[in-house]
Design a protein around this ligand. Structure first.
Ligand SMILES: [Zn+2]
Ligand SMILES: [Zn+2]
Length: 420
């Protein structure tokens, strides 16, 4: 899977692999339109009428449009595509969890059922989470859980926190048009390059004075383009970036502020400004009850010392949309080899210590207490498939109070986004 990365909404091979492996274990799968699939294991799987509680587990499946810069034997075989966000790890861990739960259910029926959500297209905006929610395949879930790889913590550790764990993430495109001309006579042009430079520097600065600094807003440009010759003032230029915000209330205000500030900054130069603002995702907010349940389950796998408190990141994650409707929690799965480098997500040299996969997959349970982070990763590898989640553990993945805050959906433009 790592060697054959597929971009958002093109995860056909990945979907086929997961479906084939589940079907081989007699788990019925529901393929989603395009890519992605859903399956259930546990009591009365597939019987939506029965009064059985359902817990959701979600993994994302898509890769990034970037080069794999590693020299590993399992490196990407597709130019311009790489699993540099670890979604292949999430997919395989969820598959492993599903197979383990299936085995457990065959030995001793689970008291509830677990729905496995293999979601496409997390890396784009709007994300695949919206597709699954709109298709109704997340209906009836009383709590939902997910993992994301974290190369800043060692394999054998799981990072958790109550409350927000990621941030809101929107996309901003500023396009300027104006009269071009000779660089010797800028007064006869609208010097669009100069105006664009002012946008790039002044809009983030002014935004920091319009939004509460405690909101942690960060507008960072990913590209700036204008012109092609040293002595020509161009007539078109643009800058694109992301705006990440820790706080939901500030997120609601940001769009209007950015639009107004761009207009104000370019006004002296006479250029025309167009702002394409794409609302992305709200923060992932871990509910208190599910976060505690997740911590207990993780303790059963990596031991108490392996469960570490993590910070709220400025990454965005479309898992947030599930938590708009259903209580749940996301945890960070340590993927760094102890003593090794911290190559970040979305870097071409990201290397995941694959001992993280069974840790992400392994159902937790009493009697499976482990040592501290990184001390016994080999044991995790050996114990992957046959491990058992005692039935009582499923019922402990119970919901906290439902959240009532709701947000507008993003626009229907499919754009690369960001995550964790
Ligand atoms: Zn990502
Ligand atoms: Zn990701």
């Amino acid at each position: 899977m790592h060697a054959h990365p597929e971009p958002a909404r093109e995860e056909h091979r990945t979907t086929d692999l997961v479906a084939a492996r589940l079907e081989k274990a007699d788990v019925a799968v529901q393929r989603l339109p395009g890519t992605g699939l859903v399956a259930e294991v546990g009591r009365d799987a597939g019987d939506r009428e029965s009064d059985v509680r359902t817990v959701g587990l979600r993994a994302d499946m898509d890769a990034l449009r970037m080069d794999d810069l590693t020299a590993d034997p399992w490196r990407s075989t597709v130019d311009g595509l790489a699993h540099a966000c670890g979604h292949d790890v999430h997919t395989v861990a969820l598959l492993g969890a599903g197979l383990a739960l299936r085995e457990q259910h065959a030995r001793s029926p689970l008291p509830g059922r677990v729905r496995l959500l293999f979601q496409p297209a997390e890396e784009v905006m709007p994300g695949g989470a919206r597709d699954l929610l709109d298709a109704g395949v997340a209906d009836g879930i009383e709590s939902i859980y997910a993992l994301h790889c974290d190369p800043s913590i060692d394999v054998g550790q799981v990072g958790l926190r109550k409350g927000p764990i990621t941030s809101a993430c929107d996309q901003v495109l500023v396009r300027l048009r104006g009269k071009g001309g000779h660089t010797s006579r800028p007064h006869l042009t609208q010097d669009l390059t100069f105006a664009l430079a002012k946008v790039v520097t002044d809009v983030p600065a002014a935004l920091s004075r319009r939004l509460d600094p405690r909101a942690g807003a960060s507008l960072v440009w990913g590209y700036v383009r204008a012109g092609s010759a040293k002595n020509v003032v161009p007539s078109l230029g643009e800058a694109g970036g992301t705006l990440r915000i820790l706080d939901v209330r500030a997120w609601e205000l940001a769009r209007g502020f950015v639009t107004d500030l761009v207009a104000a900054v370019v006004a002296p130069y006479g250029v025309q400004a167009e702002v394409e603002y794409v609302r992305g995702v709200p923060p992932v907010v871990n509910s208190a009850g599910p976060a505690r349940s997740f911590a207990r389950a993780a303790t059963g796998v990596v031991g108490a010392s392996g469960v570490v408190t993590t910070e709220q990141s400025l990454g965005g994650e479309d898992f947030a949309w599930y938590l708009e409707r259903t209580p749940g929690a996301m945890a960070r799965l340590g993927t760094r080899t102890p003593g090794g480098p911290t190559n970040d997500l979305h870097q071409g040299d990201l290397r995941v210590d694959d001992r993280a996969v069974p840790i992400g997959a392994e159902p937790a349970g009493p009697g499976r207490r482990r040592g501290a982070a990184g001390r016994r990763p080999a044991a995790h590898r050996r114990r992957l498939a046959p491990s058992a989640r005692p039935a009582s553990r499923i019922t402990r993945l119970r919901a906290g109070a439902p959240r009532t805050l709701r947000h507008r959906r993003p626009s229907a433009v499919d754009r690369p986004v960001c995550c964790a």
